[in-house]
Design a protein around this ligand. Structure first.
Ligand code: NZQ
Ligand code: ZN
Length: 385
């Protein structure tokens, strides 16, 4: 196992009715800015619950944070924060609202010229406003991690800072009942791929991490399709298991002390940045191709994955690996996700542009070995056509 330091400081309030916890969890003296997206929280009752829970607080609101949050939208919150002396942010929504709010939290106290610099130029984030969230879409893990992804002019880029780790997160699975099938699928597959990015690398004998990861994969394979099926989609236990699995998949636990890949994500971000494809739908296209192109480097782990996640014990090593990749694709298809560029109307002709973007964004040595060069990324995209 590799050396690591691990702590996760986000307090989780999990379960039905937990939005009420906001009343106690946010300091009474705080001036709160509630941030949200395009209005789903107004139609599913989440907004009303938040308003009720904050009736003893001073609060303001900022709406319109779009999926794949855009710099131009987020930066507008800065004036509001200054005008009202806001000192606490509450994100209510999916990963985009939480990520966008993380950006706002850091931008509000950024002392340089342009807050985009801490993303594009890696300028250090030295402070941020405290933030918390009410999560409405289980997927990204953003509710209890220190990462965020923001887009400016088609450049979709991640940043990380301990200052934007949410203080607490409310996870009420019942608020996910209003999700569309598309967003349910996106969430399950995003969480699945987060787990794979930290699992499908090379073995360092991290038994706890491996078995936690396998447990998450098995849970998502089992529960994901149930959240789409008519007779089980309203089952709160299904929603609870998906929600907790998605949080655990990217809260730092399974990635501590093991190598990590993230090439699927970095290549996927270019597909979203250039063509606006939903984040998770880029992952269901890219991951199978990464598994194929990198099967030599990932051989040992692919065999472990085949046996422990898919119960594949017959046939030689190559047969089991191939079958495990096929079953992964079948799982994505059962979640109604695309698995080829063709499925989202892209093809060979689009690859040059995507590779140019990867180079422009410094994505030159991806993967757990740093050997996924732009040429290997090209091979991956060609495999995904
Ligand atoms: O904007 P509203 O009206 O709220 O509607 C949203 C949005 O249209 C809707 N929605 C959310 N909760 C709902 C709901 N509709 C009905 N009922 C509910 N309960 O769903 C749509 C998509 O929301 P979004 O927040 O964009 O989805 P998701 O949570 O999948 O977040 C995706 C973003 O997170 C980033 C992605 O790149 C992408 O920008 N990621 C963040 C990560 C992190 N911070 O650690 C890691 C991930 O790998 C990912 O990159
Ligand atoms: Zn993701």
């Amino acid at each position: 196992m590799l050396n690591f330091s691990f702590h996760n400081t986000t307090q989780i309030h999990f379960g039905e009715g937990q939005i009420q916890a906001l009343r106690q969890a946010i300091p009474k003296t705080a001036k709160v800015l509630v941030t949200y997206g395009g209005g789903s929280i107004k139609t599913n009752g989440v907004y009303d619950q938040v308003v009720e829970a904050l009736n003893e607080h001073v609060w303001f609101e900022f709406s319109g944070i779009e999926p794949n949050p855009q710099y131009e939208t987020l930066i507008k919150a800065k004036d509001l924060i200054q005008e009202h002396d806001i000192d606490f942010l509450l994100a209510v929504g999916g990963g985009s609202v939480v990520d966008g709010t993380k950006f706002i939290a850091a931008a509000a106290l950024f002392e340089g010229d342009d807050p985009w610099d801490f993303i594009a130029k890696g300028e250090p984030i030295k402070q941020a406003l405290p933030l918390a969230c009410v999560l409405t879409l289980p997927a990204t893990g953003s509710e209890s991690n220190s990462g965020a992804v923001v887009t400016r002019d088609g450049n979709k880029l991640p940043f990380m800072s301990p200052y934007v780790q949410p203080v607490f997160a409310v996870l009420d699975p019942s608020v996910t009942l209003s999700l569309s099938d598309r967003q349910i699928s996106n969430g399950v597959v995003d969480a699945f791929v987060h787990t794979m990015e930290q699992y499908l690398t090379y073995s360092v004998d991290g038994k706890v991490q491996d078995r936690f990861a396998e447990g998450l994969l098995l849970t998502l394979i089992e529960e994901g399709p149930k959240a789409l099926a008519a007779d089980t989609k309203a089952d709160l236990n299904v929603r609870s298991n998906i929600m907790w699995a998605a949080t655990m998949a990217l809260n730092g636990l399974i990635g501590a002390g093991v190598p990590q890949d993230w090439s699927t994500h970095m290549i996927g971000h270019e597909l979203t940045g250039s063509y606006g494809i939903d984040h998770a739908r880029t992952l269901s296209i890219v991951l199978p191709a990464v598994m194929k192109v990198c099967s030599k480097a990932k051989r040992e782990k692919l065999l472990q994955y085949a046996e422990r996640v898919w119960n594949l014990t017959d046939g030689n090593d190559d047969v089991r690996i191939q079958r495990a990749i096929e079953l992964t694709e079948e799982f994505f298809k059962s979640m109604k996700m695309p698995t080829r560029l063709f499925d989202v109307d892209l093809g060979e002709a689009d690859i040059d542009g995507l590779i140019e973007k990867l180079i422009q964004h410094g994505m030159l040595k991806l993967g757990e070995h740093g050997d996924i060069t732009p040429e290997v990324s090209r091979k991956i995209l060609q495999t995904a056509v």
